[in-house]
Design a protein around this ligand. Structure first.
Ligand SMILES: Nc1ncnc2c1ncn2[C@@H]1O[C@H](COP(=O)(O)OP(=O)(O)OP(=O)(O)O)[C@@H](O)[C@H]1O
Length: 229
């Protein structure tokens, strides 16, 4: 599903590589945490999968496509197979919950009758039934993140990339969001989540890829955040 082969990424304005000789293989349906301190390369890892960046060296494959070689016109189709969730939710503040989720389908040309059917289904999946007419500012942080997850998932992507999705949430709300990501993972969706939330990583006991200064220093099948647990 995702394969990085000896990937090094050096940004133009920086001398130190953001990623250095990284090789990681993620199978379909896996749940993987990418952890490491600030600046260790987690976001760069995710950006390479979306072709927001291309590697300086090595290969990135997503669904068997060599991402760097993908013609520019094919990039939108790659991105349609990848749902994204961020720390700051990134909702459209002037649209309702329903409209935020519907928008993800409108931009890829889904017909109105499909949108009317699937948006309520996905809002129910994320536990927001009855809130479809609210504006984002009328929701709690956890609820806003649920909208963002609904929007990322409504198109049934092959994979969900989450960059610090619990970074702005309290511990209880974070746990709820993790349960939701687990539920999405159980539908067969591959989930890759960048985080430095130690308690979440420890409680989930999923695969952990740890980065430090752009290098993979650990890849544990059922990891906890640190070694001394
Ligand atoms: N667009 C860019 N141009 C130049 N350098 C960059 C760029 N983006 C990231 N970097 C550098 O690459 C390194 C890795 O950054 P990255 O954002 O991938 O780390 P991170 O682990 O996601 O950090 P954080 O947890 O703070 O988001 C850092 O040294 C950062 O300064």
């Amino acid at each position: 599903m995702i394969r990085l082969e000896n990937v090094t990424k050096v940004y133009k304005t920086s001398t130190r590589p953001a990623l250095e000789n990284v090789s990681v293989d993620v199978g379909k349906g896996e749940f993987v945490f990418v952890i490491g301190p600030s600046g260790s390369g987690k976001s760069t890892f995710l950006r390479l999968l979306l072709r927001e960046e291309v590697p300086s060296k090595g290969k990135v494959y997503v669904s068997n496509y060599d991402v760097a070689k993908l013609p520019r016109r094919r990039v939108p189709r790659l991105r349609q197979t990848i749902g994204c969730v961020f720390q700051d939710f990134r909702l459209l503040t002037n649209k309702t919950v329903f409209e935020n989720v519907a928008f993800a389908l409108e931009v890829i040309g889904k017909p109105a009758h499909t949108i009317r059917k699937v948006v309520p289904e996905v809002l129910e999946l994320v536990g927001l039934e009855g809130k479809s007419d609210r504006m984002p500012r009328e929701l709690s942080g956890g609820e806003q993140q649920r909208v963002a997850i609904a929007r990322a998932f409504v198109n049934r992507p092959l994979m969900l990339l989450a960059d610090e999705p619990t970074g702005n949430l309290d511990p209880d709300t974070s746990q709820d969001i993790m349960l939701l990501l687990e539920r999405i993972n159980r539908t067969g969706t591959t989930v890759v989540m960048a985080t430095h939330d130690q308690s979440i990583v420890d409680s989930m006991r999923r695969r952990v890829v740890e980065l430090d200064f752009g290098r993979v220093i650990r890849d544990d099948a059922r990891g906890v955040y640190g070694y001394d647990h």
